[in-house]
Every structure is written in C-alpha cells, then in structure tokens.
Design a binder for this molecule. Structure first.
Ligand SMILES: Nc1ncnc2c1ncn2[C@@H]1O[C@H](COP(=O)(O)OP(=O)(O)O)[C@@H](O)[C@H]1O
Ligand SMILES: [Mg+2]
Length: 79
C-alpha cells in the first residue's frame, strides 16, 4: 500500500532534507518544535511496519491554482 501526502507549505530546503527524520531536529523555536514527529513516523514505518517513508518537494495543481510543498510517500507492506 502506498500513501502520498502533499502540502502547500512551500517545501523543504535542500540543506535540511537529509536531517528531517533525525531525532530532535527542528527548525522551529524551542517552545514550538520538538523535532520528534518525523522521527517517530520514521521509526514506526521503517522499524515497526517494515515499510518506507520518503520525502520530496512537489508542485501540484488544485482547483486551478498551483501549489508548492512537501510530499511524504509512505510504502507499507500489506501482509
Ligand atoms: N511538511 C513540511 N514542510 C516543510 N518543512 C517540514 C515539514 N515537515 C517537517 N518539516 C521540517 O522538518 C523539521 C522536523 O519536523 P518534525 O519532526 O515534525 O519536528 P517539529 O515539527 O517539532 O519541528 C521541522 O522543524 C521542519 O523544518
Ligand atoms: Mg512537526
């Protein structure tokens, strides 16, 4: 099973692409970000479900407008 989630938040800078799944990596102020969300997602999907999670920036059209953001692609084995 493959699930793709796109947002319109502008995307992720190339310089931090390789770090976003690291524990405690955050670009938010310390009162706002923990850097745990994507690391937990990574651990659950990779280690517990034996699946895969990948990220890329994507541009897409929705109802006539063009948006740019991050796309997370989850591959989860079904058996
Ligand atoms: N959808 C997204 N669009 C752009 N940047 C993102 C997105 N999700 C995560 N990031 C980047 O990855 C970092 C780590 O994300 P996350 O593990 O959820 O921790 P937190 O949200 O607490 O910072 C964020 O601080 C941000 O820089
Ligand atoms: Mg987060």
């Amino acid at each position: 099973m493959e699930i793709s989630v796109k947002d319109s938040g502008g995307g992720i800078a190339d310089e931090i692409m390789g770090k976003i799944f690291d524990p405690y990596f955050t670009t938010k102020h310390k009162s706002l970000g923990t850097g745990i969300g994507l690391n937990m997602s990574y651990q659950i999907i990779k280690e517990h479900l034996r699946g895969d999670i990948k990220v890329q920036n994507s541009e897409f059209e929705f109802e006539g407008n063009i948006y740019k953001g991050a796309e997370f692609i989850l591959s989860i084995p079904t058996e």
